[in-house]
Design a protein around this ligand. Structure first.
Ligand code: CA
Length: 271
């Protein structure tokens, strides 16, 4: 059996960011035919022929491109393992990737990918990474939430793949010195929100602390206790989702109870 965290760490060391821009199939500068003997020559030919547009600089858009590339990479590696299963999460949901199967001991593991730009000093992330949205699936870990395939507590483990990069606005591929850190979220959590306006649980910003899993909490229990008691704003929309989720669970339990009572009555009669 493989330890998923160790396995992911090993794989992520092999990841190379080699997206070089957005492909444009034709251009005023294009020269046909295009011949290239290797990857470097292909890149040079496509660039001089006007076939490459820069990747977005805007952090959320760039993060999206990077996340898709990392998830694709992990999925490719998972396909080479017998007894490993995976499915990609929804765009705005949690997690980005679910991994399961006998190879990793069974059960479902939640894998979330986050991206963070290095600050000018190189020692911290520019802004705090968001670990979880605090007032929905995290707050009510036994309920089904929209955008989350199963209740939070149904996951055997939660792991983050954190891609830290230096932004190069002058280069079309934008990303330089990429490092991927694999950690359990509670180990790198801070006691602060990652946004002043959103209900997000923030990570520590020091990159060494992220690497070493040196967050503000000593134990998972301390982390969950602090953040589940945190005074997050509950919007009307979240309140409505909560009531729906609660009602769905109540009905599920009622149906389960009715079914098991039905079974015992039948058994009673047959005896
Ligand atoms: Ca993500």
């Amino acid at each position: 059996m493989l330890d998923l965290e160790q396995w992911l760490r090993g794989q992520c060391q092999d990841y190379r960011f080699d997206l070089r821009g957005v492909f444009r199939r034709d251009s005023e500068m294009a020269v046909w035919p295009v011949h290239a003997a290797d990857a470097a020559e292909l890149e040079a030919r496509l660039a001089s022929g006007g076939h490459i547009l820069p990747l977005p600089k805007e952090p959320a858009a760039l993060a999206n491109v990077l996340e898709v590339s990392i998830v694709d990479f992990v999925l490719t590696r998972l396909r080479q393992i017998d007894g490993a299963e995976a499915s990609r999460g929804s765009e705005r949901g949690y997690p980005d990737l679910e991994i399961s199967g006998a190879a990793f001991g069974g059960g479902f593991h939640a894998i979330d990918v986050k991206c963070a730009r290095r600050s000018a000093s190189g020692n911290t992330t520019q802004s705090a990474i968001t670990l979880y949205t605090g007032n929905t699936y995290f707050r009510h870990p036994t309920l089904h939430w929209p955008g989350v395939p199963r209740p939070f507590d149904d996951y055997v483990s939660h792991l983050d793949l954190i891609a830290i990069y230096t932004l190069r606005p002058d280069l079309p591929h934008r990303v330089d010195d990429l490092e991927i850190i694999v950690q359990e979220p509670w180990r790198i959590a801070s006691r602060s929100r990652s946004s002043k306006t959103r209900e997000y649980i923030g990570a520590v910003k020091n990159i060494d602390d992220l690497r070493l899993g040196r967050g503000a909490f000593e134990t998972p229990a301390a982390f969950y206790g602090y953040w589940r008691r945190f005074h997050f704003t509950i919007s009307q929309e979240v309140q409505r989702q909560y009531e729906l989720a609660l009602e769905a669970t109540r009905q599920e339990l009622a149906a389960y109870r009715a079914a098991s009572e039905g079974t015992s009555t039948t058994e009673g009669r047959s005896i």
